[in-house]
Design a protein around this ligand. Structure first.
Ligand code: ZN
Length: 306
């Protein structure tokens, strides 16, 4: 074999520090370029100094038995600065999360560990990982949507994350109200009844008092929520015809919800989009690991950079 095979082998043997930084917890990992997670730890997301400090210390310590890290990848909650040339690169920006607004997420890792940092949103990273190893392999365009404390989505096009002026904010699309949803005003502080305002975990809790999976069997809640998420799926289909729309996050684990989203999307599609059916809407192939392995893909992309 030629030099290419040797280089590929070296890439698979590289070690990366991976950080999936969520609003309630951070998942840390030491991973190889082949996608094997060698060690992992989950810590609560409290305040920046405490949480980032603990993450830096753990990565430094946990890597030692395996060797030197080549880079760190951070798959972060947002909104966040993802333009490497921008003044806010690597920072959380307009989050309402107490203590985290304008917080420098990437800087402390770079300074303490003296390594290049790959940084993107958790959902762009998850889309990258699902494209590489998971449910969206081989697709030219794929989207990853998380339904949880917030709703967000990332897109991979030809193997690269979609960046416009900044990252997509598809949780904040407007949706047509379900008449069965009453007069609930939605909880988004910016838009009220945008998709996140209507269908995120806190929105479900705010109007029904329990999570979707704890509602009685005959409650209209799951159908209402599935209908809203299906509207996003159809918007994605209409705009970019993704090969797969991967739906992750805590709310998406509600039994039967994915099937409802598929059926609702097929209904909304009206038979119009060539090649589209509900089977394009799928659960993550990597389970809980999409975000962490996405951080690995981000780290790979910056090896040798400063
Ligand atoms: Zn909104």
């Amino acid at each position: 074999m030629g030099e290419g095979a040797g280089a590929g082998e070296r890439e698979r043997e590289r070690l990366y520090g991976c950080v999936e930084a969520g609003g309630t917890k951070m998942v840390l990992g030491i991973a190889s370029g082949a996608g094997a997670v060698l060690d992992s730890l989950t810590i609560p997301t409290t305040l920046p100094d405490e949480t980032i400090g603990a993450a830096v210390a753990w990565l430094d310590r946990a890597a030692r038995p395996y060797g030197a890290l080549s880079a760190i990848g951070i798959a972060s909650f947002g909104p966040a600065g993802i333009d490497r040339g921008g003044a806010d690169w690597g920072r959380i920006t307009a989050t309402p999360k107490p203590g985290w607004r304008d917080c420098d997420m990437a800087g402390p890792f770079a300074r303490a560990l003296n390594l290049p940092i790959g940084f993107d949103t958790d959902v762009n990273a998850a889309a990258l990982a699902e494209h590489r190893w998971g449910a969206a392999q081989g697709e030219r365009v794929a989207a990853y949507v998380t339904l949880g404390t917030g709703i967000g989505g990332g897109v991979v096009i030809d193997g690269r994350p979609l960046h416009g002026r900044t990252h997509p904010e598809m949780g904040h699309v407007r949706v047509r109200r379900d008449p069965a949803d009453g007069d609930f005003g939605g909880i988004c502080p910016f838009h009220g009844d945008c998709l996140e305002g209507l269908a995120s975990g806190p929105a479900i809790l705010a109007r029904w008092g329990v999570s979707l999976s704890d509602l009685p069997a005959d409650h209209p809640g799951p159908a209402i929520i599935a209908g809203y998420v299906a509207q996003l799926c159809i918007a994605l289909e209409a705009m970019m015809a993704p090969g797969r729309i991967v739906i992750g996050g805590g709310v998406a684990k509600t039994p039967g919800l994915l099937a409802r989203i598929r059926a609702a999307a097929e209904g909304l599609a009206g038979g119009y989009f060539p090649g589209f059916d509900g089977a394009r809407i799928v659960a993550p192939g990597l389970g809980e690991r999409s975000g962490l392995l996405g951080a690995l893909v981000l780290a790979e992309g910056v090896v040798g950079m400063r």
